[in-house]
Design a binder for this molecule. Structure first.
Ligand SMILES: Cc1cc2nc3c(=O)[nH]c(=O)nc-3n(C[C@H](O)[C@H](O)[C@H](O)COP(=O)(O)OP(=O)(O)OC[C@H]3O[C@@H](n4cnc5c(N)ncnc54)[C@H](O)[C@@H]3O)c2cc1C
Length: 474
């Protein structure tokens, strides 16, 4: 039985191990943390995740959809909380079933680990931190996080699913020809909480992502099954009203009372959460090549960490697993070929979602409450209704389709220009000049789409979200 080692039993590591086990490989996963089912997660690192079509496709493929969806709350759109405490609802899609799902990261990870353990050919080794790979001798260097004991494990093929600070990537960085960039936003994030009311009552609309956009700062609130909301405060790391300067309960409460009055009134543990929870950073990582011949591959955040403003990091990491599995289907255990083909198919798309995610940060924190932006959204919806096959909004392409991210970026840019032109001279969607709309859509989108469809067929092995063969054991 061919053996493969994975570093990291996080979201991508668990899902990938299942794909590999289904093909009959023996998989060993080395995870630096203790088993989260036995040891509680450290506070302030649980942050909710939104699952959308790309991730759902994967859960269906590996037979986990029904189990995982029990942990999820559907979100139909965003509720925008203005500084004057007015609420505006912006639907995510144009159909009722165009929803994304909120779930707790820990619960998802635990459900995945339970599934992983049901495979006899997967072994998870907890508390084993990978400290690098000796490429020549093919030895994985490990340190037991409890005893401190160092060991080496011989392994032919290693896949680094060890997240944005990947240890495997660090060793690849020492090799000639490895290109790497990391870009930190000036903003960080911190987890806060809105508890449930009596009888687990939701204190805010349950089926929505709540956003308090304030330019330099923003809070996002995600519903949990127990009636509470997990919130993320995004703020500058330094400067006025930053994580650095909001350094006393008094300053924090003053800031919240001015900026987020309706949120602070339902956050009884704000001060405690703020000062005990960890401040996270927001980084985009790009690198290439993702592999060293047949010996090593990076997948998920280790290859392409992105900022969370389209809620796509995990969905994208899950989608990586589909592509890798399809490459294995095609090239068997010719790992070098598998890894090269995988990167060829994926890199253009992971670069695209990385850039789109940074761009969307500005949209979320600054524009969602702006009148011109709201008009653009209404016009976008009107166009999507009139041309459902040609005008699929950028958000829909990312969240409700499996259209390659690079294609979504291209189409999205054309759409943005069309919307800007159409909104230039109107204040209300009712005043749209439909003749001009027809002309622009035909000229810019339909022509482009004919080209794109060829591109789409050429770069996507199983277009349309179906047709995935039952994996053959290798
Ligand atoms: C604030 C925030 C919000 C987000 N929201 C969303 C969202 O709504 N939707 C979405 O799709 N994505 C979201 N993401 C992105 C998502 O969390 C990541 O893309 C996803 O977790 C990537 O999965 P991964 O398995 O590659 O990495 P990780 O989930 O980071 O897993 C890496 C695993 O490797 C282990 N590990 C690390 N180093 C070592 C080592 N040296 N040795 C052994 N084990 C190691 C870690 O303990 C961990 O278990 C968000 C991210 C952030 C920061």
């Amino acid at each position: 039985m061919t053996q493969i080692s994975l570093i990291g039993a996080g979201l991508a590591g668990c899902v990938l191990s299942i794909y590999l086990a289904r093909r009959g490989f023996k998989v060993d996963i080395y995870e630096r943390r203790p088993d989260p089912r036995k040891v509680a997660n450290s506070e302030g690192r649980s942050i909710n995740l939104t699952l959308s079509t790309r991730g759902i496709y994967v859960l269906k493929q590996i037979g986990l959809y029904d189990k995982i969806m029990k942990l999820a709350i559907p979100l139909k759109g965003r509720v925008i909380h203005s500084i004057n405490q007015e609420l505006t609802f912006q639907p995510y899609g144009k159909k009722d079933n165009e929803v994304i799902y909120s779930m707790a990261r820990n619960e998802l990870n635990v459900a995945l680990l339970n599934e992983v353990e049901s495979y006899k050919n997967i072994a998870i080794h907890f508390n084993q931190k990978c400290t690098g790979l000796e490429f020549e001798s093919r030895e994985l260097k490990l340190r037991d996080e409890i005893s401190g004991q160092k060991t080496k494990v011989k392994t032919n093929t290693v896949i680094g699913t060890d997240g944005s600070a990947s240890a495997l990537r660090m060793d690849m960085l020492k090799r000639k020809g490895f290109n790497f960039s990391q870009y930190y936003l000036n903003h960080g994030y911190k987890e806060l909480k809105i508890p449930a009311g009596g009888n687990q009552k939701f204190l805010l609309e349950k089926n929505a992502l709540h956003i308090w956009p304030r330019g330099e700062y923003m809070i996002n609130g995600f519903p949990n099954i127990d009636g509470s909301f997990t919130c993320i405060l995004f703020a500058p790391l330094q400067g006025e009203n930053s994580f650095e300067s909001l350094n006393s309960p008094e300053k924090l409460l003053n800031f919240f009372q001015v900026q987020f009055p309706d949120a602070v009134s339902i956050m009884p543990t704000l001060v405690e959460d703020y000062f005990s929870n960890w401040t996270g950073s927001l980084v985009t990582v790009k690198c290439t090549p993702w592999s060293v011949d047949e010996r090593a591959l990076l997948l998920g955040d280790s290859a392409h960490a992105i900022v969370p403003f389209y809620g796509q990091g995990m969905n994208c990491a899950f989608e990586d697993c589909v592509y890798l599995d399809e490459c294995i289907d095609k090239y068997g255990t010719d790992w070098q070929k598998v890894f090269q083909e995988f990167e060829k198919l994926r890199k253009i798309n992971t670069d695209a979602i990385a850039d789109l995610s940074v761009e969307n940060f500005t949209e979320l924190r600054e524009k969602v409450s702006d009148a011109k932006f709201l008009l653009k959204k209404k016009v976008e919806l009107a166009l999507a209704q009139k041309y459902p096959k040609v005008f699929i909004s950028k958000y829909s392409m990312l969240a409700f389709h499996r259209i390659p991210y690079s294609e979504a970026r291209l189409q999205g840019r054309i759409q943005d220009r069309i919307l800007d032109e159409l909104c230039e001279s109107i204040d209300e969607v009712e005043n749209l000049n439909w003749e001009k709309v027809d002309e622009l859509v035909k000229e810019r989108l339909i022509k482009q789409k004919n080209f794109s469809e060829q591109f789409y067929q050429a770069t996507f092995l199983y277009p349309g979200g179906g047709g995935m063969p039952v994996p053959a054991p290798i």
